[in-house]
Design a protein around this ligand. Structure first.
Ligand code: SAM
Length: 151
């Protein structure tokens, strides 16, 4: 996304990158659907902030248009420094993570904006999407992208 904006000379938008940079959270009792999740044990899902920043730097994309929000979504997203979102791309795998992101970001998505859900093939994530849509009477189409993603 940062590369696209730079290539097209778009300077009036920011890319917010929210992640714990410490992997996924343990299942919380508040979200029983996540009870069987073992994602928090997966080391390959723990990628540090310096490593991610280093990857942006490799492509000369580490500037103040990219804002890193380090921490759990439930702590960082309620105060995410943006009023309007064009594209929210969610990739949190779990029910809790997807729900925290939808609750905090969906209300800021502009009319005509998009929400991309990378992990719809994961049952925890799909359940959060369905529950959120039902709770808010959202009837916009859920469009399949590939074997796992929808928007
Ligand atoms: C499947 S990985 C995807 C990482 C990245 N989007 C990519 O495609 O390389 C899921 C990421 O979400 C982060 N994550 C999941 N749930 C989170 C939460 N509740 N709070 C903060 N980060 C979370 C993990 O740390 C992990 O980096």
């Amino acid at each position: 996304m940062a590369g696209y904006l730079k290539a097209h000379g778009v300077r009036n938008r920011k890319v917010l990158v929210a992640d714990s940079f410490e992997g996924l959270p343990k299942p919380e009792p508040q979200y029983p659907i996540d009870a069987t999740s073992k994602f928090h044990e997966q080391d390959f899902l723990r990628v540090s902030l310096p490593e991610v920043q280093g990857n942006f730097k490799k492509y000369d994309l580490l500037d103040d248009s990219v804002v890193f929000l380090k921490g759990w979504f439930k702590d960082t997203l309620p105060t995410a420094p943006t009023e309007k979102i064009a594209i929210a791309r969610l990739d949190g795998d779990m029910y809790s993570s997807t729900m925290d992101a939808l609750n905090n970001l969906y209300p800021k998505v502009s009319v005509g904006g998009y929400v991309i859900i990378d992990d719809y093939s994961i049952g925890y994530c799909a359940a959060a999407v369905h529950d959120f849509r039902a709770a808010h009477n959202i009837t916009d189409p859920l469009v399949i992208i590939d074997h796992t993603g929808v928007y």
